[in-house]
Structures are given as structure tokens and as C-alpha cells.
Design a protein around this ligand. Structure first.
Ligand code: TRP
Length: 338
């Protein structure tokens, strides 16, 4: 109200990244990507393919290359507009690696050792507990801080990393002078946490060895129907949301995200009907939800020239912002600028 004069209030900047490690699942889509589109309309958005993060686990070069392009095409397919938001590939903006090194020197070994994702991943990749895996949250902090992001949409598994990014920003600001915006987590409206179709106590994951446990955003309609039909439920036979009905709760959550109906409305719709009918409806809703994404994706992924343009334009816009922040940092630390 008080800002009657001066510049119009700047739109808040929101930044998020997705790793190009495998085809995203319905869980990634409903839990994160679908919201990016809405956020991009309300905020000043920057969205990146976090390829540098992906090499903390071993990648097959040919597959990796293809996945990076594929995820960029997916960002377009979910409806992000490269004219409006900044869409880029992390490694195309060298400032990420550069700032990450500097911030490594402002992050304590003890802090990183406490990261639960590091502890988990060093167990699941026990043969390759590399230093990059350890320092991964610092690179993520660099991603965020370079763009002076106000808001970062994060799932539960990334909250601790965002917390560290805030600590690093505050520490640097206090040691020198205000340099970084301290980012806030952005918690979406419906905390869509999609669970495995085969073990609804576990989060849906693309790395699950059982492909029936997850739906990939590019699964064909008949595959989606089959997977949902074989989803684990319970023996009660009533479509209602309740403790102990994890399978049904999960399907209700998915259905709710796709249709916008709340649980009471869903219960009313399936009153007196069995799980067969309900599963058919869920499958139909998921198929229709993903259909436009898959169709647009197929168009974009084959248009290599367009993808190259999008990436080049995105990298240029991203670099302009990132380089400004990096320069400030280098200067404050005392480097001699080139
Ligand atoms: N670590 C995130 C993940 O695995 C991806 C990511 C990298 C990210 N840099 C980021 C997310 C910056 C938000 C902001 O999901």
C-alpha cells in the first residue's frame, strides 16, 4: 500500500531445477512440475536442468546427453514459456561451478556430514561416495543464490538443502555485506506426495526396480491403465480416505490432483462402487492429465534446432544475472578481477 512512488514492486523470483536422471514420474509431475507452470505465471521464474548435480552418480555418456535434452523438452512440454521464464541447462552457465567452489570454502565439513540425503546416498552408492556427492548441497546453494531467488519450491527431501543454502547466504552476508537474497521455501498448495503403486508406504520413484510401482510421464495410455489396475489396495472395497488404506489414499490423492476434486467429492462419486470402477476412473484421469504433456514433448524433443535455441537463449539470460552475482562475490572475497 505504501509504495505509491518509486519503481513498481519487482516480481519475486522463483527458481527450481530438475535433475536429468531418468524419465520423471507421475509423482515428479504432480508434486513439482505441474506447479512450476502456475508459479511461472505468478513469479519471475528461472528453471534449470541440473546436469552438474546428476554426475554425483555415474551416468552413461550417451544416455546422459539424451536425457538432458529430453528434460529440457519436458520443461517446454509442461507449458513453460521460454520467452517468459528463463529455461536453461545448468552446465551452460559456468558461474554455477565457479560460485560453488567459493561457497565450498564457506561451508563446514560437519554441516555437510549431517545431510540426510548424503547419508542415504552414500549407502545406496557405497562404491562411489565421491566428494561431489558430499558437496552437492553447496552446488545447489550456488544455483539458488546466483539468481537472488526469493522463493524455491522444494519437496520434503530438499528442505534440508534449502536450509543450508540459507545458512550459507546469511553467513556470507554477515562476513562481508549483504550480497545474497536469503531464499524462502515455497510450499505448494496441495502437498502432492505420490506413493509407489506397489508399496504405498514408499514414495513413487523412477529408480524402483519394479516398473509397475511407478508411472512415467511418458508411459502410453494402455501402460498407465495396466499399472493402475494392478495397484495395491486393501480388502475393504470402499473408496474412502482413512488410516491404514494407504493404497486407496494414494489413488485418491492422484485422482484429486488430476481432477481438482477433494476427498469428500471423490468419496461421494464412488459411493457404492468398487475398486475396479475407481481404478478405471483414476487411470482415465491420469491418461488425460499426461496426454497433452506427452504430445507436446514428442513435438519438442524432435526439434533439435529449436531446443538448441531455447538453451542458448536461456543460458545467455541466466548468465547475465548469475555473472553479476558472481562478480560481486569475487570482489568481496578479494580476488583480482580479470
Ligand atoms: N537437488 C534437487 C533435486 O534433486 C535439484 C536441484 C538442484 C535444485 N539445484 C536446485 C532444486 C536448486 C531447487 C533449487 O531434486
Amino acid at each position: 500500500m505504501e509504495q505509491t512512488t518509486q519503481q513498481p514492486a519487482r516480481k519475486k523470483r522463483i527458481l527450481s531445477c530438475i535433475q536429468p536422471s531418468g524419465i520423471p514420474t507421475l509423482g515428479n509431475y504432480l508434486g513439482a512440475l505441474k506447479n512450476w507452470k502456475t508459479l511461472a505465471d505468478d513469479f519471475d521464474g528461472a528453471f534449470a536442468v541440473a546436469d552438474l548435480h546428476a554426475i554425483t552418480v555415474r551416468q552413461d555418456p550417451a544416455k546422459f546427453r539424451q536425457q538432458i535434452t529430453s528434460v529440457l523438452a519436458l520443461l517446454l512440454a509442461i507449458g513453460l514459456d521460454p520467452e517468459k521464464s528463463i529455461l536453461f541447462i545448468q552446465s551452460h552457465v559456468p558461474a554455477h561451478s565457479q560460485l560453488a567452489w567459493v561457497l565450498n570454502c564457506y561451508t563446514q565439513f560437519g554441516e555437510m556430514s549431517r545431510m540426510t540425503q548424503f547419508k542415504d546416498k552414500s549407502q545406496s552408492h557405497a562404491d562411489n561416495v565421491n566428494v561431489g556427492l558430499f558437496a552437492y548441497p553447496v552446488l545447489m546453494a550456488a544455483d539458488i543464490l546466483l539468481y537472488q531467488a526469493d522463493l524455491v519450491p522444494v519437496g520434503a527431501d530438499q528442505k534440508q538443502h534449502l536450509e543450508i543454502a540459507r545458512d550459507i547466504a546469511q553467513r556470507f552476508n554477515t562476513l562481508y555485506s549483504p550480497t545474497f537474497t536469503v531464499p524462502e521455501p515455497y510450499i505448494g498448495k496441495q502437498g502432492a506426495r505420490v506413493m509407489s503403486l506397489q508399496d504405498p508406504m514408499k514414495k513413487m520413484s523412477k529408480s524402483d526396480p519394479n516398473p509397475k510401482s511407478f508411472i512415467s510421464v511418458f508411459d502410453a495410455p494402455e501402460v498407465i491403465v495396466k499399472k493402475i489396475r494392478s495397484a495395491v489396495t486393501d480388502s475393504e472395497g470402499a473408496v474412502r480416505y482413512a488410516d491404514g488404506k494407504d493404497g486407496i489414499n494414494n489413488l485418491m490423492g492422484i485422482y484429486s490432483c488430476c481432477t481438482g476434486l477433494d476427498y469428500a467429492q471423490i468419496e461421494a462419486e464412488f459411493q457404492g462402487k468398487g475398486y475396479g470402477d475407481f481404478k478405471a476412473a483414476v487411470a482415465e484421469a491420469v491418461v488425460e492429465e499426461l496426454r497433452p504433456v506427452r504430445e507436446r514433448y514428442e513435438r519438442y524433443v524432435n526439434d533439435k534446432a529449436y531446443l538448441r535455441d531455447v538453451a542458448a537463449q536461456g543460458a545467455e539470460r541466466a548468465s547475465r544475472i548469475a555473472d553479476r552475482t558472481l562478480q560481486k562475490v569475487m570482489k568481496k572475497v578479494g580476488f583480482v578481477l580479470p
